[in-house]
Design a binder for this molecule. Sequence first.
Ligand code: SF4
Ligand code: ZN
Ligand code: ZN
Length: 311
Amino acid sequence: MLCTLCGRYDAVYGRSYSGENLCGRCFCKTVEERVRKTVAKYEMLGPKDKIMIAVSGGKDSVTLLYILAKIEKIFPDVHLCAGTVDEGIQHYRDEALKIAKKNCQKLGIEHVVTSFKELFGYTMDEIVKLTQERGKTGLLPCSYCGVLRRKAINTMAREAGVDKLVVAHSLDDETQTMLLNIIHGDPMRIARSKPVLDVIHPNFVQRVKPLCMVPEKEVVLYAYLKGIEFQSITCPYAQTALRNDIRNMLTQMEYKHAGTLFTVFRSMERIRPALEAATKKVKLQNCRTCGEPTVGNLCRACQMLQELGIQ
Ligand code: SF4
Ligand code: ZN
Ligand code: ZN
């Protein structure tokens, strides 16, 4: 079957939600175009912005790095750099870090690395060991990792003096998060989780999500067609948590009813203004221990480290 768009080459991908059959070249162009349009629609980047992309070494972040490097060429005054947080997970993050470095070198993009060890004094492996020694803390490794990484990425971006921090959340990530918020009984979070996050404190670097309209399977296909190297092994601490069940459910729904992911995403866009209007603006202050912005006196990261007796 020939490509719906160019009519010259054989189609390699059937985009069920649009009915198009696309050759590799046209497919990649449409993905790049989708990212460009998302950036323009949500006014994610300014023409003179210094931007940092958080690169883990996984498929989403490395693919977005390639697409942004292309977009950067159209805007000569934009400065793009990459940042990786090394959580200190042996046989996992060390490998991902090498892949992230290699891709940045290939593209000639400056790459900054920070680590849990450097920022908090402990690697993720050491934190997991501590939680096991101390018995049940009620928290799983991903809870510690998520909170500490968010803090580390923000610190890294702020210290690099960038205007925007790009995170590679795909359409799948965004829709899963929305449903997770509902299942966790915290629907008001949908108001805060936007393609461009509000800057609610000067110490927060604004986060933008240019990949939020691209389904994960298209990210993987793009990487495969472009021969992009990414890490495919899973973290040893990854849980078969609720998110996985939601992912499986949405994948099945998308398979049976093409376009479901986009419908969920658009519903989220439609209800967000009402949720925002109903949400009280949170007032932030500086954490009494580390100075980072937080709702109470102590930020969640410092709370966790203190509970573990390592701060
Ligand atoms: Fe961290 Fe959990 Fe992701 Fe592993 S799976 S990198 S522990 S958040
Ligand atoms: Zn084509
Ligand atoms: Zn703190």
